[in-house]
Design a protein around this ligand. Structure first.
Ligand code: FAD
Length: 317
């Protein structure tokens, strides 16, 4: 079922989770161990992230180095199929531009369609680790908008081969990313908003946001989207703060601000266990306020902390 159908049929705020594929070599059981404790909350769907390959240098016997490409977390499509099969709930695979040709993307979409997966979250992806700028695959997409256009073309039965007539029309519900605190490469929020609007005009059915710790930023962003004529559902992305290190790592990695009050509470903590208590309470308050403010879904980045998410969701629903 499509994410937008879940939203339109809901009586209140829905819950969804996001997971990462396990590191290569780990079994699917690690995913079930992670998700099992969260199933009591009957999530409407589960997102599975996509990870591009990274360049690594492997030392040869003669001391020189080989540059190799390694994908540390493969398996997004397989995990989505496993989740749907195991839990009988919808899975939302992330699709990225980075590292993929249009043909590879088309083949992945064909696989997803055959597997009965109705949803995709389309993203550009970031530059590989240790590289500063995002570079598109020579036969790939530069922006999420272009990837989205490929998915909407397939939804209209148009494939990459010009002479392929009568191709089946896929029915993907398409999500895109939005940034309440602006995407880090955008010169300003208004420019970023204009590109977001183009994604919606291009066929995006809903927006999921980058994590944020200050609800005002989210509510202002939603208001600005509405002023700019963006009417699709906007789903807040939420993450618990659980270690002291994250106070600096999250702003640096995700370009988000930490509210003064949260930062000062965390600074007073003596251990990461104490930080987790502060972070859990903060996320409970954030979630309650977002629910009261009419958010269609609360989307939690679970990232190895299912017990924290469990506490938060139990306090909120
Ligand atoms: P885009 O929408 O393409 O925007 C990228 C930048 O380009 C923005 O600054 C935008 O303003 C600008 N821009 C857009 N269109 C144009 C244009 N036509 N001309 C000039 N500038 C333009 N990354 C992963 O690798 N895997 C994941 O699974 C993943 N999941 C994510 C889930 C969520 C909810 C979010 C918020 C992010 C996720 N990311 C993931 C990270 C994401 O890939 C990065 O934030 C990336 O840098 C931008 O992706 P985007 O889809 O927002 O890009």
């Amino acid at each position: 079922m499509k994410v937008t159908d879940h939203i339109s049929q809901a009586k209140g705020t829905l819950i969804s989770f996001e997971i990462l594929p396990p590191l290569k070599g780990k079994s699917i059981e690690s995913i079930y161990d992670h998700l099992d404790p969260l199933m009591e909350f009957k999530p409407s769907y589960i997102n599975v992230t996509y990870h591009r390959s990274e360049h690594m240098f492997k030392k040869r016997a003669d001391g020189s180095f080989d540059k190799v490409e390694i994908r540390k977390r493969p398996g997004t499509v397989g995990i989505c199929a496993a989740i749907m099969n195991h839990y009988k709930i919808d899975a939302v695979p992330h699709l990225i531009c980075g590292g993929f040709s249009k043909e590879e993307t088309e083949n992945a979409l064909i696989d997803l369609n055959f597997l009965g997966i109705d949803n995709v979250l389309v993203l550009r992806g970031d530059a590989p680790k240790n590289e500063t700028f995002f570079e598109a695959h020579p036969n790939g997409h530069r922006y999420a908008l272009e990837l989205l256009q490929q998915v909407t073309a397939m939804n209209n039965g148009i494939y990459l081969e010009d002479d392929l007539m009568g191709g089946i029309k896929t029915k993907f519900c398409i999500g895109v990313a939005g940034y309440p605190e602006k995407h880090f490469e955008a010169p300003n929020l208004q420019t970023d908003m204009a590109y977001l609007k183009r994604k919606v005009e291009g066929g995006a059915d809903y927006i999921v946001t980058q994590m944020f710790f200050d609800n005002k930023k989210f509510f202002d962003f939603v208001a600005k989207c509405r002023e700019n004529g963006i009417t699709v559902p906007i789903i807040p992305g939420l993450k618990p703060l659980t270690t002291r290190k994250q106070l600096t790592v999250l702003p640096r990695t995700f370009h988000v601000d930490m509210p003064e009050e949260l930062a000062s509470e965390v600074t007073k903590c003596k251990t990461d266990k104490d930080v987790e208590v502060v972070g859990t309470e903060w996320l409970i308050q954030q979630s309650k306020e977002l629910k009261a403010g009419g958010s269609p879904v609360l989307h939690y980045y679970t990232l190895g902390k299912p017990h924290v998410i469990q506490q938060v969701v139990s306090a909120v629903i």
